[in-house]
Design a protein around this ligand. Sequence first.
Ligand code: SAM
Length: 185
Amino acid sequence: MKQHLILETAHLLLAHHLSENDVVIDATVGNGHDTLFLSPKVSHVYAFDIQKQALDHTQKLIESHQLSNVTLIMDSHEHFAKYVTAFKAAIFNLGYLPGGDKDITTTSETTIKTVQSMLEHLPVGGFIQIVVYTGHEQGKIESDHLKDYLRTLCIEQFKVMKIELPYQDNQPPYILIIHKKKDGS
Ligand SMILES: C[S@@+](CC[C@H](N)C(=O)[O-])C[C@H]1O[C@@H](n2cnc3c(N)ncnc32)[C@H](O)[C@@H]1O
């Protein structure tokens, strides 16, 4: 089995669902791996993080790969609408910055608030992809709260898919994808 099967699967799905005219939000830039993956596949990536360390690292990646379609934004993703309102998809990779301060993590309150608002902005056919980590305390809380929130979504309007490794006992991450099927009435 591949070492990062969940992350590779998340990228495969993004490559399948996105195309060159799409605008995408990377809501949790971190070390920039997802932004780097998305950039050549879409027209523009708006990339958010609250940590300067993450954005500095990603800025270097952008320069070394000569990417011209990424806007790095040092702000919480909950303020995304100040910067971009028309987008095909948004991705979240929850938790803390690998190699960084483990006390600075995404939180269920902010993540859910942002997802809720993004779902309103998404076009029909758009989606939000979230990689969820349950291997740390805040991650478990976020996972539970997300589950409770997603259960409340209108099933006529949204399809929620979960991809997981159910028989591994080391708390691997899992993927949630929320597809918008139709606008609200
Ligand atoms: C697991 S890392 C992301 C990994 C990243 N996608 C990559 O490819 O390396 C999570 C990131 O979310 C950031 N973060 C936490 N809360 C945030 C918020 N409210 N808005 C934006 N970024 C946030 C953290 O600073 C951290 O860098």
